[in-house]
Design a protein. Sequence first.
Length: 228
Amino acid sequence: MLTHDGKLHVIGFGKDTDANNEYYSMFVAAVDESLAFQTRMSKDGSYTQFAAVRAIGSHWYIGGDFYPKFVPKNDLPIYYANSKIKPGGGYLWSVRPLHKVVTASDNIATAIDDRATTYSLSQSRGTTSLIAVDASGRIAPAVTYKSAFCKVDTFTPSGHGLLAIRQSCAGSNGKRGLVWINPVTGVETVVDVLGSTPRFIMSSGRNWYGVGVNGRKQEFVFGTLEGQ
């Protein structure tokens, strides 16, 4: 949701199916002070429910899986994209950061900071790729590096860097780790403040907060500045 010109705007996606295809669309609904309700539907594709969205100013910035208006059920494509969306609907720009190491779209995590920079983090076989897209839609070169961690569970901006909860590359039984990532160099630093098992992180401005489980299975919350 976002507020613009005295109205509350809500963005969402629609999905229809038949025997052979899936059909994707995007809608923007606006509600004014008198509760008058207007909806604009665009049936030319949409991001899915797994996309990351952030309202900044009078626009939405979004990153995640994007599907065209119809796709065969047995041939779903991998279309990762970033966009800037107007409050009345429609795209100001859309780009497709190319994560060369990715073999499945669920291996890409997205985080959007308060400067409207969209970060996408992917992994494959111990190799991590980080790509930044700025507020104008310019794609920076990928920062690729080796990491002891693979799957990304949670991903969020933190000060001038990024925080992620990642699983080790040992498989489903691998240990989780909370890492701080330098987006310029790709250096990952393990942050050991959430007990033996970090569960969830989020950020607000310069602060970040986390929930973890210690050895006695007790959950707790931690917050700090700059994420370092």
